[in-house]
Design a protein around this ligand. Structure first.
Ligand SMILES: [Mg+2]
Length: 404
């Protein structure tokens, strides 16, 4: 017998692990402003970034390497070496804490191969209703676990392996769905914030013509691998295409057919096609015209985050979901709604900080979704300095044993 959907999605259902609320904190406690978003320019301006190293590494103009690119590892390693150099240390060991094998795991492999330094990555994805599992793969040096609390076991293994975990060690901490909104536990709150932002923007552009069901149909359909040649798996591209398709003033009856028939082969072509529909079309609203122009310009200069309005709304929606619930909210309800800090990551990283390991935060998110806009968001903190509740299982005892 199938369970009714509502029972599976009951927000107040007990979380299968006893999680505690450790009060309010923020990510800067772990790495101050040593955090790098998609632009590969550290927020801490004392550290150099992509702009300074582009020429030296022979990287083409304007292109920003993405997490899985070999060049991403080259830029990241250079930044880490500069950061260590500024405090009279070197990069002798590399650690990585993340939530996906295909993303964090692969990026760590690139970095390890390139640097030739020893190290290890922890990849967490909590499956609380399953028995705890965690193991270090001796080939890849990646430790995968279905509990975030396994971070303590991972650190113990690193010491056993002879890693020093000291001043000459660097740990990269993934933000999205790792330090914030732990995968398997709290990641849906992050997804919810992004969708909320998207709906807000699309509704404000389309006004009365906004039909959530129609929009979601387009969005979900285009979010599939067979449309990656158009969307390039880029959330901005996807959002913009779904918006265009939901705009009644743009006749896209045959648009899907054109895409399916291969008449439109890239996002670039799609944008140009929209341009021909926008010119001289009196039914296109001013705001839609502006969005189209911003996207066109961004695509021309190779900016991978062309839908600025969406990303600004994502920043606002993310911030709205941080620390907004009362202190006594039950953990299970909080995990559905609030984007929380992962207490296990927090404690593991603070333990490394006490050993003088250099901590750097890393995020795939565009800078526009992570930092306040100087005009639109005056007075708001960046995401890594926004307070929210820290939820999880304490590692204090396990970590104290490692100190003995
Ligand atoms: Mg992540």
């Amino acid at each position: 017998m199938k369970l009714p959907l509502s029972a599976q999605q009951d927000a107040t259902a007990e979380y299968p692990l006893p999680l505690e609320n450790f009060g309010r904190a923020h990510l800067a406690e772990l790495f101050e402003d040593r955090v790098i978003f998609r632009s590969l320019e550290p927020v801490d301006r004392r550290l150099p970034g992509l702009k300074r190293v582009r020429y030296r590494l022979g990287l083409p103009d304007l292109v920003i390497p993405r997490k899985l690119d070999e060049d991403y590892a080259r830029v990241a390693l250079w930044i880490l070496e500069q950061a260590q150099d500024r405090r009279g240390a070197t990069v002798d060991e590399l650690l990585w804490i993340g939530d996906t094998l295909s993303g964090d795991g692969a990026a760590f492999q690139n970095l390890r191969r390139l640097s030739g330094r020893p190290g290890s990555a922890f990849v967490g994805n909590e499956q609380a209703s399953e028995p705890p599992r965690g193991a270090l793969d001796p080939e890849t040096h990646i430790y995968q676990a279905n509990r975030w609390a396994a971070l303590a076991d991972w650190l113990a293994k690193l010491l056993e392996m002879g890693l020093r975990l000291d001043r000459h060690t660097v740990v990269l901490v993934d933000l999205d769905k790792t330090a914030l909104g732990a995968r398997g536990r709290n990641h849906r709150a992050i997804d919810r914030a992004r969708l909320e932002a998207l709906h807000t923007v699309v509704a404000s552009v389309l006004g009365d013509a906004f039909d959530r069901t129609v929009f979601e149909e387009h969005y979900n359909r285009l979010n599939q691998p067979q449309y990656h040649h158009i969307t390039q798996d880029n959330q901005d591209y996807l959002a913009y295409i779904a918006l265009v398709m939901s705009t009644p003033a743009i006749d896209c009856q045959d648009l899907m057919e054109r895409i399916d028939a291969g008449a439109l082969r890239s996002f670039d072509q799609f944008v140009r096609w929209v341009g021909t529909c926008v010119v001289g079309n009196a039914r296109i609203s001013e705001v839609m015209r502006q969005i189209h122009e911003t996207v066109t310009n961004a695509v021309q200069i190779g900016d991978p985050t062309p839908f600025k309005r969406f990303r600004r709304a994502e920043f606002e929606a993310t911030l709205r979901r941080m620390g907004h619930l009362p202190d006594d909210t039950p953990a299970s309800a909080r995990l559905q709604e609030e984007i929380t800090l992962t207490q296990e990551v927090r404690e593991a990283v603070l333990w490394l900080v006490r050993r003088d390991v250099l901590v750097v935060g890393l995020s795939d998110k565009p800078d526009e979704a992570s930092l306040p806009h100087p005009v639109h968001h005056r007075g708001l903190p960046p995401i890594h300095r926004a307070e929210t509740h820290s939820v999880g299982v304490s590692l204090a005892e396990a970590l104290a044993r490692l100190d003995r």
